[in-house]
Design a binder for this molecule. Structure first.
Ligand SMILES: NC(=O)c1ccc[n+]([C@@H]2O[C@H](COP(=O)([O-])OP(=O)(O)OC[C@H]3O[C@@H](n4cnc5c(N)ncnc54)[C@H](OP(=O)(O)O)[C@@H]3O)[C@@H](O)[C@H]2O)c1
Length: 342
């Protein structure tokens, strides 16, 4: 057949058969890529979440070196403390309530004896006091702090329109979530840089990954942490310090007010096990540098929404708003019932 022969299609467009073969080939390649890219990405997510192990903790610092955990007396932070003690790290526990820190320190000492040293510091990050940060510098002075868990965080007491957000709640969220994380990291990171090793994990949230109406200030603070952590990770990588932002959806803690674990809402132990078991892996956060969504259901949710819909897509924000409007209505009804009982 003469490859240069021309024919006229039904629309009356004249195409030579060479061009039509080329067009079909281009469409085939484009179609294959359009199908293959998400399939390959999904396989990578499955491997990352379920099969491949993370880096070992000891590659960031030897057992016996120190791990500093903020917001260590409850929820996810407390679980980090217990898990890191079990792995042989000494602990610097920082949070607001001394009695809760004392009780955790005593539980750890009873379980592990003198093998694991524990120091505590009670400070209210919301106060942003220079004297507290001076005490923190003193606490870590001369210690080999190889792990920093930037865990402390505060959210809104209930979902609330931004314009009605109480000023003290707004200030606390920004001061605790953002300012404290920056200041603690500036205190600890220079030592890691000088030792050319270390691990800095920062707790972000899907509340910040997906813009979350009625939690606007919290959402913005966690988006800030994501951006800051990724930028910092790139700065510290040449110094041998690994910085990783940890993306999480709900976990059963006082903050989420959810008690019963489910497939989408792990308890702190399940969640922290996934974080420490997948260090250096991205889980469901495939295209965000130096970031991990290590818990399987959170990872799959983040991967699916960001790949097929877009984390800031109008539909995602709309659904998120109606979800949080419902939560607010329920919270207000509960508050009214409680007020009646008193
Ligand atoms: N739980 C979730 O569903 C979820 C989801 C995504 C991300 N996260 C993030 O994970 C992190 C931990 O959350 P969580 O649910 O474990 O919280 P949590 O159960 O409420 O525990 C918060 C911890 O932070 C301490 N803390 C709170 N305010 C403080 C302050 N002003 N100064 C010093 N310490 C303070 C608390 O100390 P006291 O015990 O003394 O009050 C407690 O140890 C947060 O950054 C949060 O944003 C949580």
């Amino acid at each position: 057949m003469d490859p240069t022969r021309q024919f006229t299609d039904r629309l009356g467009v004249t195409v030579d058969s060479k061009s039509s073969y080329l067009l079909v080939a281009v469409l085939l390649v484009a179609g294959t890529c359009a199908l293959a890219v998400p399939i390959i990405s999904f396989i990578r997510v499955l491997f990352s979440l379920f099969i491949l192990p993370g880096k070992s903790l000891s590659s960031y610092g030897p057992r016996g070196s120190w791990a500093l955990i903020t917001g260590a007396s409850d929820g996810i932070g407390k679980e980090f403390a217990l898990s890191l003690a079990a792995k042989g790290y000494s602990l610097l526990l920082v949070s607001r309530t001394q009695s809760k820190l004392d009780s955790l320190a005593s539980d750890i000492s009873t379980k592990y004896g003198p093998k694991i040293s524990v120091k505590t510091l009670a400070m209210d990050f919301g106060q942003n006091k220079d004297s507290d940060y001076a005490a923190l510098r003193k606490l870590i002075d001369g210690l080999d702090v190889s792990i920093l868990i930037n865990n402390v965080g505060q959210s809104h007491s209930i979902p609330v329109p931004f314009v009605e957000t109480p000023a003290d709640e707004m200030n606390n969220i920004i001061t605790i979530n953002c300012m404290a994380t920056l200041k603690v990291t500036q205190t600890v990171a220079p030592g890691m840089i000088s030792r050319k090793r270390g691990l800095i994990l920062t707790m972000a949230s899907t509340g910040g990954f997906f813009p979350t109406p009625l939690l606007a200030t919290y959402s913005g603070s966690k988006a800030f942490l994501q951006q800051w952590s990724t930028a910092l990770a790139s700065e510290l990588e040449p110094h041998g310090v690994h910085v990783q932002c940890v993306q999480s959806h709900l976990v059963t803690t006082a903050m989420s007010k959810i008690r019963k674990p489910s497939a989408l809402v792990p308890n702190p132990r399940q969640f922290v096990r996934s974080v420490l078991g997948k260090l250096g892996r991205s889980g469901g956060a495939q295209n965000v540098a130096f970031t991990s969504a290590p818990y399987w259901s959170h990872g799959l949710m983040i991967w699916f929404l960001s790949r097929f819909i877009g984390e800031r897509a109008p539909i995602v924000v709309k659904i998120n708003r109606s979800m949080h409007e419902d939560i607010r209505k329920r919270a207000l009804r509960k508050a009214a019932r409680d007020a009646k009982k008193q």
